[in-house]
Design a protein. Structure first.
Length: 86
């Protein structure tokens, strides 16, 4: 039995796409199934906001030293105006 290369290519691509479609359908089905169970669970209370801690001078010094090292300048040439924790 001699198959043409176009037939083999199309069969291979068709098999891959069929498999991918099956995976998409299965994952969507599992998402719907788990989504229902998650919605039925009671909602957790909101967490307390993080308390703002002042930034220590040691942290400012470490950040200044790291920036100076990266820029290749002296630490005295760097002025940090404000820092915000992300």
């Amino acid at each position: 039995m001699d198959y043409s290369s176009v037939f083999v290519c199309l069969m291979g691509m068709g098999t891959v796409f069929f498999g991918l479609i099956c995976l998409i359908v299965l994952t969507e089905g599992m998402s719907l199934l788990i989504g229902r169970k998650k919605a039925a669970a009671p909602a957790s209370p909101p967490s307390a906001p993080m308390e703002e801690r002042p930034i220590s001078p040691e942290l400012v010094a470490a950040v200044s030293a790291a920036i100076a090292e990266e820029l290749g300048t002296d630490v005295r040439g760097i002025r940090i105006v404000s820092m915000k924790k992300l």
